[in-house]
Design a protein around this ligand. Structure first.
Ligand SMILES: NC(=O)c1ccc[n+]([C@@H]2O[C@H](COP(=O)([O-])OP(=O)(O)OC[C@H]3O[C@@H](n4cnc5c(N)ncnc54)[C@H](O)[C@@H]3O)[C@@H](O)[C@H]2O)c1
Ligand SMILES: [Zn+2]
Ligand SMILES: [Zn+2]
Length: 346
């Protein structure tokens, strides 16, 4: 089969690899029908994730059709259409039993990281019973690729941890796919205001179409001043950090209201300052989380009932063998106006 193979920092190629085979009775082999590229894949290619070793097939998102199952797999059989979770979970360890699949002692984020991933014609999924989700008949499978990672990430790490309630004022810093996924799922709770903050005018424009009540461009506006004006000097009830740099985490601290929640989503490579000298008395909560994907069944139902439309995030489509070009378009998100790209395995 063909696959996108990491060759060390800055190196990737679309090359021939052996088709995966069952290695454990709980495994399934899935033929990929649609996959995508994540910002995390770009981090890997920069060399920011050293556990990923040369020769690894990248990718942790996708949908496909079950090709083969091990003897212990009870929920799926050959021919089933499935959504692949970016998080592999055994359902049996201490963390899985707490619903913290991201910290599964036998899985977690391993796809396209510690084991071969989904940017290929076939992928091996360990603990298939708990790491795959059945796609109901007649659903738009392409849109469901957004449920492998970014929708549960925005929802669990941003919206749920941020405890958004009806009537709240919410700020989301970062209008990339993850920030926009937080925006789409924040709407479940009907906050009064959703303020999107980014440097990219196009992404802010998209945010308005998705339901943001206001947008602020931090390259041209004084965001803290504007938010204080908008909130009668109180600040926001929930600030979601969806960028992953010190400046945006510090911005969240400057705009949070007394009693508010800062929900961090961003993957941080550097330490950020924590302003306890001002925050100690403000009754605030700061949360962090690696996506667990425990809300995937709920998100699938909301997509099925058309309460959530994740296909809004798809801006480009390529055939799977054009993946190198797709990476370029994804990496040049500003110029190409890219959110998520879909790769089609015909
Ligand atoms: N916690 C988790 O489990 C988890 C899972 C997936 C992704 N993530 C992380 O979520 C973050 C967002 O992911 P994404 O795919 O949307 O990334 P992205 O790079 O596409 O989007 C980030 C956005 O932030 C904007 N931005 C950059 N600097 C800014 C600044 N100073 N002020 C305002 N906006 C700024 C960019 O213009 C961009 O639109 C990343 O850090 C990613 O690694 C976390
Ligand atoms: Zn991802
Ligand atoms: Zn587990």
């Amino acid at each position: 089969m063909k696959a996108l193979v990491y060759g060390g920092p800055g190196k990737k190629s679309w090359e021939e690899k052996p088709r995966p085979t069952l290695q454990h009775p709980a495994d399934a082999i899935v033929r990929i029908s649609r996959t995508t590229i994540c910002g995390t894949d770009l981090h890997i290619l920069k060399g920011d994730v050293p556990e990923v070793t040369p020769g690894r097939i990248l990718g942790h998102e996708g949908v496909g059709v079950v090709e083969e199952t091990g003897a212990q797999v009870g929920n799926f059989k050959k021919g089933d259409h499935v959504l692949i979770s970016c998080i592999t979970s055994c359902a049996q360890c201490e963390y899985c039993k707490k619903g913290m699949y991201s910290h599964c002692l036998n899985g977690g984020w391993i796809l396209g990281h510690l084991i071969d991933g989904t940017q290929a014609e076939y992928v091996r999924i360990p603990y298939a019973d708990n790491s795959l989700y059945r796609i109901p008949e007649g659903m738009d499978e392409e849109a469901l690729v957004m449920l492998s990672d970014i929708l549960p990430t925005g929802f669990e790490c941003g919206v749920l941890n941020g405890q958004i309630k009806p009537g709240d004022t919410v700020a989301i810093v970062g209008a990339g796919p993850v920030g926009l996924a937080a925006l789409l799922t924040a709407l479940f709770f009907t906050p009064a205001e959703i303020i999107m903050i980014d440097l990219d005018a196009n992404r802010l424009e998209v945010s308005k179409k998705f339901g943001a009540t206001r947008t602020l461009n931090s390259s041209t506006e004084n965001v803290v001043e504007k938010i204080m004006q908008l909130t009668g000097n109180k600040g926001v009830d929930t600030a979601i950090e969806a960028v992953g740099v010190p400046a945006t985490f510090e911005l969240c601290q400057s705009i949070i209201a007394a009693g508010g929640r800062i929900a961090n989503i961003g993957v941080h490579g550097k330490s950020a300052e924590l302003h306890l000298e001002t925050l100690w008395s403000r009754n605030i909560t700061i949360t962090t989380r690696l996506v667990d994907t425990v809300t995937t069944p709920m998100l699938l139902r909301t997509v099925a009932s058309k309460k959530l439309n994740p296909s809004l995030l798809i801006t480009h489509r390529f055939k799977l063998p054009e993946i190198i070009r797709a990476y370029d378009v994804f990496a040049q998100a500003g110029k190409e106006k890219t959110l998520k790209v879909i790769l089609i395995n015909e």
